[in-house]
Design a protein around this ligand. Structure first.
Ligand code: ARG
Length: 565
């Protein structure tokens, strides 16, 4: 779509005296397709051109009619309505989707640039919450989308592997824990110990002192404390990695908070030298009142440094070690202030990359409309959610397609895909609700529906194996249903760009849904294999193009695309 928009814009740029890119961006998709394929509102030019929009539209129509690929252009009520030469356009778009679906989606705008994406980043010895699930899924999709757009991307898991919770969990483990239980299910067992510690501390406050003591020992390098700490991390990581494997998510780097223990002094030192540190009730802080924010605490009154200081050290490290000019943080909206403060301090420290730091925040996830509260031990374990989705999918497959081969593998791909898609289809900052019935509905706006549509297109193509070279016939004029698909295919690149520019995978999820709706409408009343030529070869080519675009969209979201289900 971009190339035809550019050609149109180029043809009129001198008349309206605006840059080509700007005009290209002004070209709209009219809500009523009967009006045309593209429309240009001419009101914005009226003042500078000292003409009324009706006149301008007429003048521009003359020019646009001459553009290669344009069928007709006419002025109507101050709009310029443009119709494309459909079969020519179809031949080009379908051909491109088949030859290289990557090129259909991407102009590689990010080439030469590096981003670090911080995602998932759970806390050890604290529960892996649904916030971490959303972060994992969104961050992974973001990584794939940006890579598609030409960026070099390093995914970092900023594990919460340091903090006072370790003192508490060590104390709790020595009192009530067992080695076997930790080995069997580290995440649940450590969480159980964490919850028990807090419960018992209510009636026996001296427990808190014990927790503090163990953390102090850990900080001082006490061998017993260090051994348990390391062991909790190793066991938890093993459990997290099982979930990541199930989700198909990977990280280029696991760099926990403890990695920065020896890198924070330099930050504190620099802040002090630059005169940015002030004392505030015994703590050392950066005063941000000039920017309407509370102070950013750098060193606590007891001398320990905190979360923000670690993030300052981590940002520098990412910038230097990976050559990143862009740092993204996929973290729940409740940490908004924290990141605003950190980015502001980086800016005050003179870090050039601070302007390219983005907190990619997201809304809550609810289960059956209910908010989870980890305080009250009301948690949903990610692994359980995935296992249940897989089991239920397996039951659906047994009923719908009992003869399918590899049922287990496909149940896994579909069950997991369902959970991921449910998360990604909603606008990122909105809340997500999770209900198994909705998530797994093969006919709803779900992952299984997109995967099913992909499998349906694949099955048509399997039956037409001999026609692998099918092409859109230049003399075949698409009808409305076919045109809807072609037009959507042509928007792949714009979808990817919008998704990347807004850090929002839901743009791709909705794009895939639209494509599925359009394909299923087409499939419903257009014979493909039984059609006469040139419809047959054109429809086969179109089906292949759609299959490629759906597979790519699912890939970008981090979802697998089985050929059969
Ligand atoms: N572990 C933190 C938490 O669960 C999230 C870390 C996000 N990343 C960061 N660089 N602060 O709240």
């Amino acid at each position: 779509m971009k190339s035809i928009k550019r050609a149109i814009a180029h043809a009129i740029a001198d008349v309206v005296a605006r840059p080509t890119d700007e005009i290209a961006r002004m070209l709209e998709y009219p809500p009523n397709p009967a009006l045309g394929d593209l429309a240009l509102p001419c009101f914005p030019f009226a003042r500078e051109m000292r003409k009324n929009p009706v006149q301008i539209a007429e003048e521009l129509a003359e020019r646009v009619r001459q553009v290669d690929g344009v069928e007709s252009a006419h002025a109507e009520k101050g709009f310029l309505n443009i119709r494309l030469a459909r079969s020519q356009f179809a031949e080009r778009v379908v051909g491109q989707a088949i030859a290289s679906v990557h090129d259909l989606f991407s102009e590689e705008r990010g080439r030469g640039r590096t981003a670090v994406i911080d995602y998932s980043s759970p806390n050890i010895a604290k529960p892996f919450g649904v916030g971490h699930l959303r972060s994992t899924i969104i961050g992974h999709a973001l990584k794939r989308m940006m890579r598609e757009d030409g960026w070099r991307v390093e995914g970092v898991n900023h594990l919460g592997d340091w903090g006072t919770q370790f003192g508490k969990v060590i104390a709790a483990y020595l009192k009530w824990g067992s080695e076997d239980e930790v080995r069997k299910d580290p995440v649940k067992e450590l969480f159980r110990l964490y919850v028990r510690f807090h419960q018992e501390a209510e009636s026996s406050p001296e427990l808190e002192d014990e927790g503090r003591l163990w953390f102090k020992k850990l900080e001082e390098g006490d061998p017993e404390a260090t051994r348990l700490w390391r062991w909790f991390i190793d066991e938890s990581l093993r459990a997290f990695k099982q979930v990541y494997d199930l989700l198909g998510v990977e990280f280029e780097h696991y760099i926990g908070e403890s990695f920065y223990n020896d890198k924070m002094d330099a930050i504190v030192q620099e802040l002090r030298e630059k005169g940015l540190l002030v004392e505030d009730q015994g703590a050392e802080v950066v005063d941000l009142s000039a920017y309407g924010m509370p102070p950013c605490i750098i060193v606590k009154s007891d001398g320990t440094s905190i979360y923000a200081t670690r993030d300052l050290a981590a940002a520098d490290y990412r910038h230097h070690a990976f050559g990143a000019d862009t740092l993204l943080y996929v973290v729940g909206a409740e940490q908004k202030l924290h990141f605003e403060q950190v980015f502001k301090v980086l800016e005050l420290m003179g870090r050039d990359y601070a302007k390219n730091c983005v907190h990619v925040q997201f809304g809550l996830m609810k289960f059956n409309g209910q908010r989870l509260s980890t305080r009250r031990g009301h948690v949903v374990y990610l692994e359980d959610v995935l296992q249940k989705a897989i089991e239920e999918t397996r039951a659906i497959i047994d009923e719908k397609n009992p003869g399918l081969e590899n049922k287990d593998a496909i149940a896994r791909q579909v069950g997991v895909g369902a959970v991921i898609f449910n998360d990604l289809k909603t606008y990122r900052v909105h809340e997500v609700d999770f209900r198994y019935e909705d998530v797994l509905n093969f006919d709803g706006e779900t992952g299984p529906y997109v995967q099913y549509t992909h499998a349906r297109a694949s099955s048509v193509l399997r039956k037409a194996e001999a026609d692998a070279a099918a092409k859109w016939a230049p003399d075949y004029e698409p009808d409305d249903a076919e045109w809807a698909l072609i037009f959507l295919l042509a928007q792949a690149n714009e979808s990817l760009e919008r998704a990347v520019d807004t850090y929002d995978p839901s743009v791709i999820a909705r794009y895939a849904l639209q494509m599925c709706h359009a394909f299923n409408r087409f499939y419903h009343d257009h014979p493909i294999l039984q059609a006469d030529e040139p419809a047959r070869t054109s429809r086969l080519a179109l089906t292949r193009a759609v299959r490629e675009a759906l597979a790519k969209s699912l890939y970008l979201l981090g979802i697998e695309a089985p050929e059969e289900m």
